[in-house]
Design a protein around this ligand. Structure first.
Ligand code: FES
Ligand code: FES
Length: 154
């Protein structure tokens, strides 16, 4: 069946099987930031934005994106570049495997809660498994970024 969606700002029309997952569709269309860590909705690595909301692309059928807007990290480079340095400064990016999903969830968090509490930060990051860090560094990085913004340093 044929689907048409807006992927990172560009209209795409493609033929997919009824059981094609959005994850596979995105990888087949050059979105290599989208990674698979579990295929069971457990790790958050495959997170993308569907109509602006984070979804796990390993668990969403590609046909569900028909007529909708999908955004991956490839389409959010500018927005991501604002805060990724703060995360790295806190030592939260070690192997980097979890990074794409983490960045996507952080963007969704900051769009919904421009001034989040630590609990709101933790709630957004809860589904994004990191085998290297204890999440404290990631929380500190986001907090440092928000503080720098409030102090007019950005
Ligand atoms: S690959 Fe989708 S949640 Fe792990
Ligand atoms: S930095 Fe290695 S899994 Fe998160």
């Amino acid at each position: 069946m044929e689907i048409t969606l807006t992927l990172n700002g560009k209209k795409r029309t493609a033929s997919v099987s009824p059981d094609t997952m959005l994850f596979d569709f995105l990888r087949n269309h050059g979105c290599y930031s989208v990674k698979c860590g579990c295929e069971t909705s457990a790790c958050g690595l495959c997170t993308v934005l569907l109509d602006g909301k984070p979804v796990l692309s390993c668990s969403v059928l590609a046909v569900r994106a028909d007529g909708h807007t999908v955004t991956t990290l490839e389409g959010l480079q500018e927005e991501a570049s604002e805060f990724v340095g703060f995360i790295a400064d806190q030592g939260a990016e070690q192997c980097g495997f979890c990074n794409p999903g983490f960045v996507m969830n952080t963007i969704a968090l900051l769009r919904e809660h421009p001034d989040p509490t630590d609990d709101e930060i933790r709630a957004y990051l809860a589904g994004n498994l990191c085998r290297c860090s204890g999440y404290e560094g990631q929380t500190r990085g986001i907090r440092a970024y928000l503080n720098a913004k409030k102090e007019g340093l950005l």
